[in-house]
Design a protein around this ligand. Structure first.
Ligand SMILES: Nc1nc2c(ncn2[C@@H]2O[C@H](COP(=O)(O)OP(=O)(O)O)[C@@H](O)[C@H]2O)c(=O)[nH]1
Ligand SMILES: [Mg+2]
Length: 283
């Protein structure tokens, strides 16, 4: 990773999020086809929540994306979240870097929209598309908190089913209530992922967003924001492991629990002492 990072940073990273069954895998496959036709090398990362069914889900994704599997300019990787809070598989960031360094022009990341997940994808990605489906409980009310704010593009999928127009109007109405600080007005694209209808428009909208970002230096701002949070996250993990390995290996963790249980110590002072010891500040 140390050697790959310096030669990465060229790929366009696109997150595709939405409820399970919304058609993300189907859309990603078709979208990958669009990018291939435009001559791009494409990487696909499908992040699955770990569950008793995940084996089936991964297999399903592979089958769904099988039209791509003979293409040497496409690389598909499924990853489990391993129950990590927040969702995105811990190594997803590194896989993006690897695909980027390997010359992928576009990296598509599919994640199941479960709470904190989308926020993380939005941070990692240059652009995030949110899939909504009519009549699946995906009405605007349930999505309002949090998720809506991170979408740069809305895809109303399964418009071969009834309710697509109404859902589009709902999203439109929601978007008209608030304007984004960066001035971008997220477009709404109607699609039928299974037939590929509207997928060309999805790519066009993503291209327009990229132009908008490049003109307004928004892309730089976004990437800097992501790199800052990545740096802090790695630092947090590294320091934590350092403290654990240097200070808490010899039963002192249990000793601390004991002190807390007896109320001889409070957790705040205990943590302050442990950290100060590990950093060599001496307390
Ligand atoms: N009717 C209809 N079904 C769709 C459409 N897009 C996807 N599907 C179906 O919805 C199911 C879930 O799709 P999938 O891509 O696996 O969803 P994901 O869980 O979001 O990745 C599959 O059976 C797809 O064939 C669409 O536009 N219309
Ligand atoms: Mg899927």
């Amino acid at each position: 990773m140390k050697r790959l990072f310096p030669v990465s940073g060229k790929a366009e990273v696109i997150g595709v999020t939405g409820s399970p069954g919304a058609g993300k895998s189907t859309l990603v496959e078709k979208l990958a086809g669009e990018y291939r036709r435009a001559g791009a090398r494409v990487g696909i990362i499908a992040v699955d929540p770990t569950s008793p069914f995940s084996g089936g889900a991964l297999l399903g994704d592979r089958i769904r994306m099988q039209t791509l599997s003979g293409d040497k300019e496409i690389y598909i990787r499924s990853m489990a979240t391993r129950g990590q809070l927040g969702g995105l598989a811990p190594t997803t960031h590194d896989v993006v870097t690897i695909l980027d360094a390997a010359g992928c022009d576009v990296v598509l990341i599919e994640t199941v929209g479960v709470g904190q997940d989308e926020v993380e994808v939005a941070r990692l990605a240059d652009a995030t598309a949110l899939l909504l489906v009519p009549g699946m409980g995906d009405d605007v009310q349930t999505f309002k908190a949090g998720v809506m704010e991170i979408a740069d593009l809305y895809v109303v999928n399964k418009t071969d089913l009834p309710g697509g127009d109404r859902l589009e109007q709902e999203v439109q109405a929601m978007l008209s209530l608030a304007s984004r600080a960066d001035g971008w007005r997220p477009p709404i694209v109607k699609a039928i992922a299974t037939t590929g209808s509207g997928v060309g428009e999805v790519k066009q909208a993503l291209d327009q967003f990229r132009c908008f970002q490049e003109q307004s230096a928004l892309k730089e701002k976004r990437r800097r924001g992501y790199l800052r949070s990545r740096l802090l996250e790695l630092l947090r993990r590294n320091l934590f492991e350092k403290v654990i390995s240097e200070r808490l290996h010899d039963g002192s963790l249990e000793q601390g629990v004991d002190d807390l249980f007896q109320h001889r110590a409070d957790p705040y002072s205990l943590v302050e002492r442990i950290v100060a010891d590990a950093l060599g500040a001496g307390g």
